[in-house]
Design a protein around this ligand. Structure first.
Ligand SMILES: [Mg+2]
Length: 290
């Protein structure tokens, strides 16, 4: 390859947010499944902590830990087992279970030997996502993760993923630091890496998210010429923009209702994004051997 041509990476990645992107807000559903009213939990228990200076994500997770600790009946405690059961029974937005095979097939029809990888980056509880029926499709999943007591009760947060922290995991994907390679080596992500050595350049990553915790990822990919796609559930596209106060650098390529079925705008957008990246790689291949 000539030094005048861009580095070639035969791989693309799709990274997804979880809550309200692939499944309806799972943290709120978990709260309800633990016998609490979700609105009361967020407004009356989490919000006062936020007013007191807590970051919203650890505020919510600590509120869950405090709730479990005050329950005297062992059967009522919030345990890993409960999170696992909850995860196993999760349901997804329409078309999600078929999405991964569909996009991989489309990519391979465009460029037969392309590698397609899927990742999950959530500010919610990753244990529930890990046990969910779609977990097998992801090369790595990152999110808030608990340390548990010997009896399995949630005890402390061993990993916190917030909005800006999500961009760290885009860097990890780019540098090939997936779940196993990063364990025990949390600072490897900071090492600079030559473009040729990257696992996947950010420009070959598609990120899909629904809201405020995703804005830093949208910005990062916009800057790096990757693809950012926004989804919305009940709001209109215009309301999404207003609510998320998206500035020019944070805009997404497209904003579509969260419906991944055949014929939907969202599946069409993702298909176009996958085809575009595959064609870009095919174009760069023409320079190989020159
Ligand atoms: Mg979300």
């Amino acid at each position: 390859m000539s030094t005048a041509t861009k580095a070639l990476h035969n791989r693309i990645a799709l990274a997804f947010d979880f809550d309200d992107t692939l499944a309806p807000d799972t943290v709120s559903s978990l709260i309800e499944s633990c016998g609490m009213d979700a609105e009361h939990f967020w407004q009356e228990r989490v919000q006062p902590r936020v007013q007191d200076g807590w970051d919203p994500i650890p505020a919510a997770m600590y509120t869950l830990i405090a709730e479990s600790r005050q329950r005297s009946d062992p059967a009522e405690k919030i345990t890993r087992e409960r999170l696992v059961d909850f995860g196993r029974n999760l349901t997804f937005f329409d078309g999600v279970p078929e999405l991964f095979a569909r996009l991989r097939r489309r990519a391979q029809e465009t460029l037969p030997d392309i590698e397609v990888e899927f990742y999950l980056i959530t500010a919610g509880i990753v244990e529930t996502a890990r046990r969910s029926p779609i977990a097998q499709h992801f090369r790595a999943m990152w999110g808030c993760d608990f340390h548990y007591t010997e009896s399995g009760e949630i005890d402390f947060l061993k990993r916190i993923v917030t909005h800006t922290e999500k961009t760290r995991y885009l860097s990890q994907i780019s540098k090939g630091l997936d779940n196993h390679k990063e364990v025990g080596r949390p600072f490897d992500v900071n090492r600079s890496m030559a473009a040729d050595d990257l696992h996947i350049p950010l420009s070959q990553i598609i990120y899909v998210g629904d809201g405020m915790t995703d804005v830093p990822c949208f910005s990062m990919l916009n800057e790096a010429q990757g693809v950012a796609i926004g989804v919305f559930k009940t709001r209109t596209a215009q309301k999404w923009g207003e609510q998320n106060k998206v500035s020019a650098g944070q805009r997404v390529e497209n904003l579509a209702p969260v419906d991944y079925r055949e014929g939907s705008e969202l599946l069409h957008s993702l298909t176009l994004a996958v085809e575009m990246l595959c064609k870009q790689i095919a174009l760069r291949r023409q320079s190989q051997g020159e």
